[in-house]
Write a protein that binds this ligand. Structure first.
Ligand SMILES: [Zn+2]
Ligand SMILES: [Zn+2]
Ligand SMILES: [Zn+2]
Ligand SMILES: [Zn+2]
Ligand SMILES: [Zn+2]
Ligand SMILES: [Zn+2]
Ligand SMILES: [Zn+2]
Length: 493
């Protein structure tokens, strides 16, 4: 085969658009230098074999997995010398049969070898066992044939050499590809961006409201509880208003004019219910009603307060009564009373002046259910003792158990002025004892009391003034008078 045959190769066609021009320039690893492209494009001259020998200089097992154009994809009729006699397609990596000089594809040669009695498809010459080296010159010629894109049916306008064909298919916008995010979608390469922007479920997107990042396929789930998703008010208070989900509750609680509220006077008995915006009118129109409700409540409260006051008073009285009873019980421990009289000096002075001449002791009983008695003292004396003595008396009082007791009262009564000298053995108490005589004349003193209190009896000259002021009968201006009833519990009914 002479090198003259190359001259008959068809001219490479000019690329139709600038866009495609750029794409070809963009190919990064294209072994053909830029100069070659320019030469081809401008001069349309067939490249020389010498420049191309570098570009397809494979020697060992050429790759058969890359796409390779069919003869139908060639822009011009394919010369017979470029057609394989075995597969009748453009020869791919042509090899020459040593015996007859015919050429066929590297792959076809290999296939023949794998069958029985491999021979040349043209003249039945026997083939050598070893696949010959690729016919580089012819291969370069074939690789330089002009073909269209395999995606021509999709309107890809690309045209170029077979050598560029494979590379173009990788970049061709019309080649089907799988989504780069592994979502499983298959589409033409030109739709990748659109797919990523609009459809790809595996694309990570940012929520426009809260900046959360998630897969597009999780968007719906996210929006179901995105805290910042703008939502309309469920009360439809304002058609244009949207509120971030997290603020919606607050809006309904505190702001929404359509939220239904109870009248603030609900607890006072107003059952009016209205939206927030209408409630103001209710307050304005119903002032009288509300004031009336307040008045009623206050009246009721006042009644309750009064009732409470009354109950408090009752309790107070009960307490007083109880205290008195406790006091009485303490005093009757031994049918006796020890009466503490303070402020002796002042009280004597008052008695001498004629004011407060009689002092009365607390009441006491002879036993729990016994006689009720009260002692009295005239510090400036009474009757025969007036002005010189202290007089002491006792009187029988009306008591709760009088009906059960023995009358007239005839138990011995002893008055003792207690000596307060520190040494107990040195003490000399002053005693005066009186045994009542139950004769009829003494009925006003000893009979069962008809009034609150019987007439008192005792000793007018109990103790002289100078005597009481001696020793330690008065200490700290205080004296102690003990009154004992000698009934030994016999007064108990
Ligand atoms: Zn073939
Ligand atoms: Zn042959
Ligand atoms: Zn294409
Ligand atoms: Zn995808
Ligand atoms: Zn969000
Ligand atoms: Zn609202
Ligand atoms: Zn109301």
């Amino acid at each position: 085969m002479s090198s003259n045959e190359y001259v008959s190769l068809p001219m490479k066609k000019m690329p139709p658009t600038l866009e495609q021009d750029n794409k070809m320039d963009d190919i990064p690893t294209e072994p053909i230098e830029n100069g070659d492209y320019q030469e081809n494009m401008t001069g349309g001259r067939s490249p020389t074999g010498s420049t191309r020998s570098q570009s397809s200089g494979f020697r060992e097992s050429p790759s058969l997995t890359e796409p390779f154009p069919k003869k139908s994809e060639c822009l011009f009729p394919v010369l017979a010398m470029h057609i394989c006699p075995k597969c009748e397609e453009i020869m791919r990596y042509p090899v020459q049969i040593k015996a007859c000089g015919h050429r066929l594809c590297y792959g076809c040669y290999k296939n023949l070898l794998s069958g029985p009695a491999p021979r040349c498809p043209e003249d039945q010459m026997e083939l050598e066992d070893k696949v010959p080296d690729t016919d580089t010159a012819l291969n370069n010629e074939i690789m330089n044939l002009q073909v269209s894109c395999r995606n021509k049916e999709w309107n890809c306008k690309w045209e170029g050499t077979i050598l560029e064909f494979q590379r173009h298919l990788k970049d061709c916008e019309f080649t089907d590809i799988l989504c780069v995010n592994d979502c499983g979608a298959k589409f033409q390469k030109r739709f990748l961006q659109k797919h990523l922007d609009k459809d790809c479920g595996k694309k990570i997107i940012s929520c426009p409201y809260c900046d959360d990042r998630h897969l597009r396929e999780e968007k719906k789930v996210h929006l179901e509880d995105c805290p910042k998703l703008p939502l309309p008010c469920p009360n439809k208070c304002d058609k244009k208003l949207t509120i971030p989900r997290e603020e919606l509750e607050q809006h309904i609680e505190a702001d929404c004019p359509r939220t239904k509220l109870m009248c603030e006077f609900e607890k006072l008995g107003c059952a009016h219910r209205a939206s927030r915006e209408k409630m103001q009118r209710h307050y304005k129109n119903e002032i009288i009603t509300h004031v009336k409700l307040m008045y009623d409540l206050m009246t009721k409260q006042k009644g309750l307060l009064d009732a409470n006051d009354q109950r408090l008073n009752q309790f107070e009285n009960i307490m007083k009564e109880q205290n008195k009873r406790i006091g009485d019980l303490e005093k009757i421990a031994h049918s006796q009373l020890i009466w503490r009289i303070e402020d002796y000096t002042r009280k004597l002075k008052e008695a001498k002046a004629g004011n407060m001449d009689t002092l009365f002791s607390p009441t006491f009983t002879t036993s729990k259910h016994g006689y009720r008695l009260c002692a009295s003292v005239c510090l400036n004396g009474d009757g025969k003792g007036k002005g010189s003595h202290v007089s002491v008396f006792v009187s029988v009082l009306k008591g709760a158990f009088d009906a059960l007791l023995k009358w007239p009262f005839d138990y011995r009564v002893t008055f003792t002025l207690l000596d307060q000298t520190e040494d107990v053995n040195e003490r000399k108490h002053i005693k005066f004892s009186i045994k009542p005589n139950p004769c009829p004349e003494n009925e006003p003193f000893l009979g069962r009391p008809k009034l609150e209190k019987n007439a008192s009896f005792g000793g007018a000259k109990f103790v002289k003034h100078d005597e009481i002021e001696s020793r330690n009968y008065i200490k700290d201006d205080t004296l102690f008078l003990k009154i004992t009833i000698d009934c030994d519990g016999l007064s108990e009914p």
